[in-house]
Design a protein around this ligand. Structure first.
Ligand code: BTN
Length: 264
């Protein structure tokens, strides 16, 4: 069933974005339903939409995640949005941008649930107590060999308390982790403000300035990890190109640049 309207709580989001003085989130398009907010943003990018334009939906009929997965979210409960950022950089800056997007989401979730200590699981899942509370899908718009714009798509579990059986052991929400009832508009405005603060710095200068914050938020560091090809080792931080550093048992430091990482 498609829903036809946006809930009143989300209608407050443009006002909160204006209060925070964020460039991202302006203009904000509030949609009752769409296939995917990333699709909205990518199409609008082609049609000349300005940097900062943001699409927020109560429901997606074809929401997608990283690695070709689907992103399913009950209508009206959570945050599903994409922001278009016109930033020119080489493709090598995309992994750092994806990381900083995860950091912005982590920071906003931490503001909403201060007692929860959310962390980032490389590259940009946000976890609370080892369970996923948010995911980020960054897609690039390129011309020749340069990135001309990025679409940062974010899904945050805000109000959902009951997850389908197959993901119940791996998923959580702000509502489950926080004593105070979460406010979707405030979380959205906080993500946009955090992203506004950090994204252009990383696109221009790389991850260096964010190193300390990334390390503090790293859920994998010091833990044993495995990738989909069966390589294993101890997660040992993130390098300035956004790759996961993994020390193998023979002592060699390796760098993983793509794929899914599992805590062993
Ligand atoms: C992941 O963890 O795999 C990334 C999930 C990203 C989901 C969001 S929801 C809003 C935006 N639109 C989409 O289709 N995907 C992203």
């Amino acid at each position: 069933m498609l829903i036809r309207r946006i809930a009143a709580d989300l209608e407050r989001a443009p006002g909160l974005v204006a209060e925070r003085g964020s460039v991202l989130g302006v203009p904000m398009h509030l949609l009752a339903s769409t296939t995917s907010t990333n699709d909205e943003a990518k199409q609008a990018a082609k049609d000349g939409a300005p940097s900062g334009s943001t699409w927020v939906a109560e429901q997606q009929t074809a929401g997608r995640g990283r690695q070709g997965r689907v992103w399913v979210s009950p209508r009206g409960e959570n945050l599903l949005f994409s922001v278009l950022v016109r930033v020119t950089c080489p493709p090598s800056r995309l992994p750092p941008i994806a990381l900083v997007a995860g950091l912005a989401v982590r920071d906003a979730v931490a503001l909403a649930a201060p007692e929860a200590a959310p962390r980032i699981k490389w590259p940009n899942d946000v976890l609370i107590d080892g369970k996923k509370v948010a995911g980020v899908l960054v897609e690039a718009i390129t011309a020749g060999s340069r990135v001309q714009a990025v679409v940062v798509g974010v899904g945050i579990n805000v109000h959902t308390r009951d997850f389908p059986e197959d993901i119940a052991g791996r998923a959580t929400s702000i509502a489950l982790a926080s004593r105070a009832p979460p406010d979707r508009a405030a979380v959205l405005a906080d993500v946009l403000a955090c992203l506004d603060r950090d994204l252009h710095v990383v696109a221009a200068r790389g991850l260096g300035l964010l190193r300390a914050r990334l390390e503090a938020a790293d859920a994998l560091r010091g833990n044993r990890v495995r990738n989909d090809t069966g390589d294993e080792g101890t997660a040992s931080g993130i390098d300035d190109d956004g790759r996961l550093l993994v020390r193998r048992d023979d002592g060699v430091l390796t760098r993983w640049s793509a794929g899914e990482v599992h805590l062993v």
